[in-house]
Design a protein around this ligand. Structure first.
Ligand SMILES: [Cu+2]
Length: 139
Protein backbone atom coordinates (compact mmCIF):
# COMPACT_ATOMS: atom_id res chain seq x y z
CA UNK A 1 0.00 0.00 0.00
CA UNK A 2 2.67 2.46 1.03
CA UNK A 3 4.70 1.77 -2.07
CA UNK A 4 1.66 2.23 -4.31
CA UNK A 5 0.81 5.51 -2.67
CA UNK A 6 4.37 6.71 -3.13
CA UNK A 7 4.25 5.81 -6.81
CA UNK A 8 0.99 7.72 -7.22
CA UNK A 9 2.56 10.76 -5.61
CA UNK A 10 5.57 10.56 -7.89
CA UNK A 11 3.39 10.30 -10.98
CA UNK A 12 1.25 13.23 -9.87
CA UNK A 13 4.40 15.24 -9.30
CA UNK A 14 5.76 14.42 -12.73
CA UNK A 15 2.50 15.32 -14.42
CA UNK A 16 2.50 18.62 -12.55
CA UNK A 17 5.93 19.69 -13.73
CA UNK A 18 5.58 18.48 -17.30
CA UNK A 19 2.48 20.53 -17.99
CA UNK A 20 2.73 24.26 -18.44
CA UNK A 21 0.42 25.99 -15.98
CA UNK A 22 -0.95 29.02 -17.72
CA UNK A 23 -3.70 31.43 -16.81
CA UNK A 24 -4.70 34.80 -18.20
CA UNK A 25 -5.98 37.54 -15.91
CA UNK A 26 -7.38 41.06 -16.07
CA UNK A 27 -8.10 40.95 -19.79
CA UNK A 28 -9.59 44.23 -21.01
CA UNK A 29 -10.08 46.19 -24.19
CA UNK A 30 -10.51 49.86 -24.87
CA UNK A 31 -14.00 51.01 -25.83
CA UNK A 32 -13.99 52.31 -29.41
CA UNK A 33 -15.82 55.26 -30.98
CA UNK A 34 -18.56 54.53 -33.55
CA UNK A 35 -17.09 53.54 -36.89
CA UNK A 36 -13.70 52.52 -35.54
CA UNK A 37 -12.32 49.61 -37.50
CA UNK A 38 -9.74 48.43 -35.02
CA UNK A 39 -9.37 47.89 -31.30
CA UNK A 40 -6.81 46.57 -28.86
CA UNK A 41 -6.91 44.18 -25.92
CA UNK A 42 -4.56 43.79 -22.97
CA UNK A 43 -4.00 41.14 -20.31
CA UNK A 44 -1.57 39.38 -18.05
CA UNK A 45 -0.41 35.86 -18.91
CA UNK A 46 0.73 34.04 -15.81
CA UNK A 47 2.90 30.98 -16.31
CA UNK A 48 3.75 28.87 -13.27
CA UNK A 49 5.27 26.10 -15.38
CA UNK A 50 7.86 25.76 -18.07
CA UNK A 51 8.37 28.25 -20.87
CA UNK A 52 5.67 28.24 -23.50
CA UNK A 53 4.73 30.35 -26.47
CA UNK A 54 1.54 32.20 -27.35
CA UNK A 55 1.27 31.35 -31.04
CA UNK A 56 -1.97 33.02 -32.05
CA UNK A 57 -5.29 34.36 -30.84
CA UNK A 58 -8.74 33.85 -32.31
CA UNK A 59 -12.18 35.24 -31.64
CA UNK A 60 -15.40 36.43 -33.23
CA UNK A 61 -15.04 40.09 -32.23
CA UNK A 62 -13.11 41.04 -35.38
CA UNK A 63 -12.05 39.71 -38.76
CA UNK A 64 -8.46 39.18 -37.61
CA UNK A 65 -6.57 39.24 -34.35
CA UNK A 66 -2.84 39.87 -34.37
CA UNK A 67 -0.21 39.96 -31.67
CA UNK A 68 1.52 43.35 -31.79
CA UNK A 69 4.43 44.97 -30.01
CA UNK A 70 5.33 48.64 -29.89
CA UNK A 71 8.85 49.35 -31.03
CA UNK A 72 10.87 52.55 -31.23
CA UNK A 73 12.10 53.19 -34.76
CA UNK A 74 13.52 56.47 -36.09
CA UNK A 75 12.29 58.30 -33.02
CA UNK A 76 8.74 57.05 -33.56
CA UNK A 77 6.60 54.48 -31.80
CA UNK A 78 5.44 51.89 -34.28
CA UNK A 79 3.37 48.76 -33.97
CA UNK A 80 4.97 45.59 -35.21
CA UNK A 81 3.22 42.30 -35.78
CA UNK A 82 4.68 39.33 -33.87
CA UNK A 83 4.55 35.72 -35.04
CA UNK A 84 4.10 34.75 -31.42
CA UNK A 85 5.28 35.67 -27.96
CA UNK A 86 7.40 33.58 -25.63
CA UNK A 87 5.83 33.32 -22.20
CA UNK A 88 8.49 32.38 -19.69
CA UNK A 89 7.78 31.30 -16.13
CA UNK A 90 6.28 34.37 -14.49
CA UNK A 91 4.05 37.09 -15.87
CA UNK A 92 4.00 38.40 -19.41
CA UNK A 93 2.27 41.77 -19.60
CA UNK A 94 0.19 43.05 -22.50
CA UNK A 95 -0.43 46.75 -21.86
CA UNK A 96 -0.94 50.08 -23.66
CA UNK A 97 2.37 51.09 -25.23
CA UNK A 98 3.68 47.53 -25.15
CA UNK A 99 2.52 44.12 -26.27
CA UNK A 100 -1.16 44.04 -27.22
CA UNK A 101 -3.72 42.01 -29.10
CA UNK A 102 -4.79 43.95 -32.17
CA UNK A 103 -8.43 43.49 -33.14
CA UNK A 104 -8.57 44.23 -36.86
CA UNK A 105 -11.88 44.73 -38.64
CA UNK A 106 -14.26 44.99 -35.70
CA UNK A 107 -17.77 43.70 -36.33
CA UNK A 108 -19.19 46.43 -34.10
CA UNK A 109 -17.87 49.16 -31.78
CA UNK A 110 -16.54 47.94 -28.45
CA UNK A 111 -18.94 49.29 -25.81
CA UNK A 112 -17.79 49.92 -22.24
CA UNK A 113 -19.39 47.52 -19.80
CA UNK A 114 -19.77 44.74 -22.35
CA UNK A 115 -17.37 41.86 -22.88
CA UNK A 116 -16.28 39.35 -25.51
CA UNK A 117 -14.31 36.13 -25.65
CA UNK A 118 -10.95 35.32 -27.16
CA UNK A 119 -9.12 32.02 -27.43
CA UNK A 120 -5.39 32.05 -26.76
CA UNK A 121 -3.47 29.29 -28.53
CA UNK A 122 -0.33 28.13 -26.72
CA UNK A 123 2.27 25.79 -28.20
CA UNK A 124 2.42 23.56 -25.10
CA UNK A 125 -0.54 24.41 -22.89
CA UNK A 126 -3.13 24.32 -25.68
CA UNK A 127 -6.10 26.68 -25.79
CA UNK A 128 -7.34 29.08 -23.13
CA UNK A 129 -10.65 30.86 -23.56
CA UNK A 130 -10.69 34.23 -21.85
CA UNK A 131 -13.32 36.91 -21.26
CA UNK A 132 -12.25 40.42 -22.17
CA UNK A 133 -14.02 43.29 -20.41
CA UNK A 134 -14.50 46.48 -22.37
CA UNK A 135 -13.57 49.64 -20.47
CA UNK A 136 -13.96 53.31 -21.15
CA UNK A 137 -11.11 54.59 -23.34
CA UNK A 138 -10.15 57.28 -20.83
CA UNK A 139 -9.34 54.80 -18.08
CU1 LIG B 1 -1.39 47.08 -32.78
Amino acid sequence: MTRLRLLACLLAGLAGTAQAEITATEAWARATPPGARNGAAYLYINNSGESDRLESVSGKVSERIEIHAHIHADGMMKMERQDGVDVANGTTTFEPGGLHLMLLGLDAPLVAGESFQLVLHFAQAGDRTITVEIRDARQ
